[in-house]
Design a protein around this ligand. Structure first.
Ligand SMILES: *Cc1c(COP(=O)(O)O)cnc(C)c1O
Length: 250
């Protein structure tokens, strides 16, 4: 039994290692084409729907960051990964919509929330991070990226670009939060380049007002090359690393 399980884990590890190599090749090629240093582009694995065992294998391959998009799934997985790899300091990121009543949980496991798109959420996360610190669940301020809406559809999340600067100012003024940059998701089914160009310009403006807010999280499995062209410092990759997800509403 155990031998069989070990073989399966070894096969999955090889599969992930091969996907990681292909992905690093894509990132390197996109950086070369854009005249950028690949060291400036962080690969953030998006592990939603995939088991804790996969995150443990990614840790073994040297990937110590992981992202999730739902608190309920993430909170359990964070604990499982900690049990599987107790010595690893995995940095967990939240990239999905945060319901305000989930802020307290998210502030316990996330080093960074990339999907902050409203003033009310800023206030809720600031309170939550203070409580998490007081309870000993976290030591540092909670990193925040403000999420820009790039498709004109507020139901898909994100703050409209004209309001992004004010939202960033609010994050910067929150004592328990640290403004780290901007995140965006390109609209579905159209050329992502105009959206990434807008996002890159918004990130540059934000950096002028807040020199520490250097992160630009843009690009996923299908459009990371275009995002790198427009200055992405973090690409969020699920499918191209871990494989197809079961069809869900993620
Ligand atoms: C799922 C998800 C990703 C990864 O998408 P892939 O196309 O599988 O690479 C990136 N960003 C966010 C916000 C996601 O929810």
């Amino acid at each position: 039994m155990d031998g069989c399980r070990d073989e399966l884990a070894a096969a999955r590890r090889d599969e992930l290692a091969a996907a990681l190599m292909r992905l690093r090749g894509r990132i390197a090629a996109a950086c070369a084409a854009a005249g950028r240093d690949p060291a400036q582009v962080r690969l953030l694995p998006v592990t939603k729907t995939f088991p804790a065992a996969d995150v443990a294998l990614l840790v073994d391959l040297g990937l110590l960051d992981a992202a999730e998009s739902r608190d309920s799934e993430a909170a359990a997985k964070v604990a499982e990964v900690a049990a599987l790899r107790p010595a690893a300091r995995v940095r967990w990121h939240m990239v999905g919509h945060v319901q305000r009543n989930k802020s307290r949980s998210v502030a316990r496991w996330a080093v960074q929330v990339q999907s902050v798109d409203s003033a009310r959420l800023v206030d809720a996360l600031d309170r939550a991070a203070r409580l998490a610190r007081e309870a000993g669940h976290r030591r540092d301020a909670l990193g925040v990226l403000v999420q820009a809406s790039l498709d004109g559809d507020p139901t898909r999340g994100g703050c409209p670009l004209p309001h992004l600067a004010a939202l960033a100012d609010r994050v910067a003024a929150a004592p328990q939060l640290r403004l780290e940059g901007v995140m965006g998701i390109a609209p579905l089914g159209v050329d992502p380049e105009p959206a990434f160009a807008q996002l890159g310009a918004a990130a540059a403006r934000l950096r002028q007002a807040h020199p520490g807010a250097v992160e630009l999280s843009a690009g996923m499995s299908g459009d990371l090359e275009q995002a790198i062209t427009y200055g992405a410092t973090c690409v969020r990759v699920g499918t191209a690393l871990l494989g197809d997800r079961p069809l869900t509403s993620f």
